[in-house]
Design a protein around this ligand. Structure first.
Ligand code: FMN
Ligand code: SF4
Ligand code: SF4
Length: 277
């Protein structure tokens, strides 16, 4: 078999999932690549041909695939179309996210032939509280590119789609997680919850810095910021993805959550990317 038609499907508010997906697709090296970026609200109805290959990358939110990603991908159907799936997480844990993504895309008509778990800079990471800062880095992207090359080899080795075998993503190796930092994290989370310290529900905005350029509106996946009211955020729509924080040219938006301190202090050891195919 050969692959000439690859569809990169991603939801990626702070662009780490997108960048990992791009590197995988580069490694596959298909003639035709189309990107279905479902990050912003829109109509994404599509049925992918059986002869194409879907590469699906989404971030992990609370140990699950980011809910808006699945919500939007409900519009995209496969027809027994082979798919590579990946979850990108901020160096804490991906928990059941890969398995849930696998179940979701399979129900949408795709056949999962490879999977991966990748590290991306945590959406809450700041200069003061870095969490997987700068990832995916060069090395991560080389790893993702190599994964793409291995996928090509796997596809080319199959005589036809029937012989292009699916994978059981539950068998992917979990990254090493030392016990004590995890224990410390869980203990501090319990203490934080009991303390009654209010958790921010939306990013804070420094009105003196804001130039009303509208970039945050353009980058918000859920339409939580209104034109002319850039210093406010609709809490009921905000998913705390931090796209607005990371793209504001004035650094007027910040998301200061006590969780950032905990994550930064307890998950200092960089986790490894993992793949299965
Ligand atoms: C609401 C929310 C929940 C998150 N939950 C987790 C998590 O459970 N585990 C983890 O390691 N990272 C978690 N992260 C970090 C993201 O998975 C990580 O930053 C990812 O690279 C973001 O992807 P993107 O750049 O494509 O938006 C969370 C981020 C947000 C915004
Ligand atoms: S991106 Fe920053 S400067 Fe521009 S409107 Fe939004 S908050 Fe204001
Ligand atoms: S307002 Fe909320 S949902 Fe919109 S980009 Fe900012 S953090 Fe994300």
């Amino acid at each position: 078999m050969t692959i000439d038609d690859v569809r990169l499907i991603t939801f990626s508010p702070t662009r780490t999932s997108y960048r990992v997906g791009e590197a995988i697709v580069r490694g596959i090296g298909a003639d035709r690549v189309e990107t279905l970026d479902v990050t912003l609200p829109g109509d994404y109805h599509a049925t992918l041909p059986t002869e194409s290959l879907a590469v699906i990358l989404v971030p992990v939110y609370g140990g699950h695939p980011a809910p808006p990603a699945l919500e939007r991908m409900k519009q995209i159907q496969g027809q027994g179309t082979p798919a590579v799936i990946g979850v990108v997480y901020g160096n804490r844990a991906y928990e059941r996210a890969l398995m849930e993504l696998d179940a979701f895309v399979s129900a949408q008509g795709f056949k999962v032939i490879a999977g991966g778990t990748f590290i991306g800079e945590h959406s809450y990471s700041t200069a003061e509280h870095p969490i997987a800062s700068g990832r995916p880095d060069e090395e991560d992207l080389v790893y993702a590119d190599l994964f793409g090359q291995k996928i090509r080899t796997k596809v080319e080795a199959a005589a036809d789609l029937e012989h292009l075998y699916g994978v059981d993503v539950r068998r992917i190796q979990r990254p090493r997680q030392p016990f004590f930092p995890l224990f410390r994290f869980l203990r501090r989370v319990v203490k934080l919850r009991k303390s009654g310290v209010p958790m921010p529900r939306v990013p804070q905005v420094d009105a003196d810095q804001c130039t009303h350029c509208g970039l945050c509106i353009a980058n918000c996946p859920t339409g939580a910021i209104r034109k002319g009211e850039e210093c406010d955020t609709m809490a009921e729509r905000c998913i705390r993805c931090c796209a607005c924080v990371k793209t504001c040219p004035q650094k007027a938006r910040t998301f200061d959550t006590p969780f950032a301190t905990l994550l930064s202090e307890c998950f200092t050891r960089p986790k490894e990317n993992r793949i299965i195919l």
